[in-house]
Ligand binder design. Structure first.
Ligand code: BG6
Ligand code: MG
Length: 230
């Protein structure tokens, strides 16, 4: 296998470039409290990268809510979440994020966002990174949520790239699976129990250097090649 010809990075947003996971959690917690449904931080961990509806279904379990009530609860949670992101600023970018975006841009690498969130555009604006991003795939872009590959394939298409030219950066297991299903390179941020299926696992973006990753991916490609040719 030749050296990977990486031309694009597709970043998940929530939990990768900014810690909105906590804001989603607080909004769900408020809703759960109002509905007297038990919920906590630990339960929220299972909702990383999960769509709004699927998250709510997870929280309500088999409680008999009507479709109208479900819709109303989704709207209510979103209201709380939207309120909380109004105060976001570029300071809410996670450590290492801006340095990496700038390094990639200087290297001529295209940058896309692949987020399940319908609020992704607002968050990108508030973080002040809209001018650093070439394409956005968000909660409105495709039908099938992660772990289906659709969202990342959509982002790659917007960037004008083939899947194998793209690196996905994800903090959720379902997101890593989606990247692999799309035939892309996957970088997982967080514990191995969550993102261990990725090609490369890192604790966070802090200190992340494109040059280091490039070397790692070349090694992996070489290893794969020797495994298949032996
Ligand atoms: C993902 C988040 O990015 O977007 C999930 O990790 C969230 O927590 C999902 O539920 C959908 O977001 P939204 O903003 O459309 O409700
Ligand atoms: Mg995420």
């Amino acid at each position: 296998m030749p050296n990977p010809n990486i031309q694009g990075f597709i970043f998940d947003l929530d939990g990768v470039l900014t810690d909105t996971a906590e804001l989603h959690y607080l909004a769900w917690q408020k809703l759960a409290d109002e509905e007297s449904i038990p919920f906590n931080h630990q339960a929220n961990e299972g909702l990383r990268g999960v769509s709004r509806r699927a998250s709510l279904m997870h929280i309500i379990g088999d409680r008999p809510y009507s479709e109208a009530q479900i819709e109303e609860m989704m709207e209510r949670k979103n209201r709380y979440y939207v309120e909380s992101i109004q105060n976001m600023t570029p300071k809410d970018l996670l450590p290492g994020a801006i340095a990496l975006l700038d390094e990639l841009r200087q290297a001529g690498i295209k940058i896309g966002i692949g987020s399940a969130s319908k609020n992704a555009r607002t968050v990108i604006e508030r973080l002040g990174i809209a001018d650093k991003v070439d394409a956005i795939a968000d909660g409105y872009s495709v039908e099938q949520p992660k772990p289906a590959p659709d969202l990342f394939l959509y982002a790659a298409k917007q960037l004008g790239l083939e899947p194998e030219q793209c690196v996905v950066v994800e903090d959720a297991g379902a997101g890593v699976d989606a990247a692999l299903a799309a035939g892309m390179w996957a970088v997982g941020l967080g514990p191995a129990e969550r993102v261990g299926a990725a090609h490369v696992v890192l604790p966070s973006l802090e200190g992340f250097k494109w040059a280091d990753l490039k070397a790692k991916l070349s090694n992996i490609a070489r290893q794969k090649h020797s495994e298949t040719s032996n």
